[in-house]
Design a protein around this ligand. Sequence first.
Ligand code: HAM
Length: 412
Amino acid sequence: MERLPGFRDFYPEPLPHQDVWSADARQHIFDQWRTTARRYGFREYDGPPLEPLELFTTKSGEEIVGQLFDFEDKGKRHIALRPEMTPTLARMVAAHERNYKKPIKWFAIPQLFRYEKQQKGRLREHFQFNADLIGETDPAADAELIALLIDTLRGFGLTAEDFVIRLSSRNAWQDFFKHGGGDRAHEYEFFQIIDKLERTPPEEAEKRLSAMGFTLAGVTAFIQSGQPSAELECILQNLAARGLKDFVKIDYQVIRGLAYYTGVVFEAFDRKGEFRAIAGGGRYNNLVKLISGGKVDLPALGFGMGDVVLLELLKARGLLPKFDAPTDVYVLIEDEALRAISLKLVHDLRGAGYAVEYSLTPAKPEKQFKRAQELKATHTARLENDAYVRIRNSKSRDEIVTGLEGAANHLG
Ligand code: HAM
């Protein structure tokens, strides 16, 4: 039986086949995401993977709605697997924001589902680090979040030569659209043309833009002007004060596909332009209000970073550590009469925090020793009798005989 296209199997390393994904690499990525988020004072939250369909249909915009995995459940509810986390977060915040001091700084690592055309960097399921800051309008919040995004990527060993944050603002595009005589009702449609510009043939883009009263040359000139607006300048200065100037550039090409963004938007890309976006985010000051039916009005911003492109990039730059599961002690049971007491030793050492292995069934001493070597156990331990244990350091070959009780103290 085959797995579904666009879904992944995660195996422990060493990987049995090139078509499977590494559970160890995934854990490495999750650990780094959590470590950096916590350093910035973000708290972890989570929500349900299934949500009422309408949470997404009214708020996220056409593109994502077209990619929903949705169905009717046995209770005749129309539901969807979450394609993104932001609407869930907005719903959760709106429900209990009074219990939390502002700004609220939360992160999550949800698995998300989008029925996309499977291609490099795009699957039908991915894990996404989400970090969001709610309840602050000052651009200092935008800068703080972008700094977190930069430091998250740096935590994996990536440098300013490997990636760049392309910073933009829907406010700037809104002004451009208004001054160009655009009809407000078609603003989001216009934003979507800009979002797809890099991937659309020029004649096609020209046709779509001219239908709205714009020209490709006009749009390109605006993008190339690259003049930071006052709010973007503020963010740039804030990041420069931290020594992070080299990681950002103004790029009005970025506008983001999702419907709910209201102001500053940004995306992280690899410098060489070999991969799809590593991360994307921005301000969504109206979403909490929209989702709470007007009851709660809180400004917000955040970003999402997927594990798929990130892993491709880390692999390409040789930045993944070697994954092995270290065994601290292999307990050799050469005399079956000592199995019960050996089990006690195994259990005590594990209780003391060591990773311990042994043969579950009787096995020849050579076979057990070979297994200890395969596992690269840093120590072997063998009971001399029911009171003493011989511990051997596999590298230095130093041996020590000690009482059973104190065995854990000799594993340094
Ligand atoms: P997004 O741009 O749709 O934003 O996704 C963010 C990142 O998730 C992308 O840059 C990419 O790395 C990854 N990603 C998205 N779709 C896929 C896919 N099909 N396969 C693999 N990776 C994928 C959002 O989802 C926003 N909700 C982020 C956000 C949080 N905005 C504010 N707060």
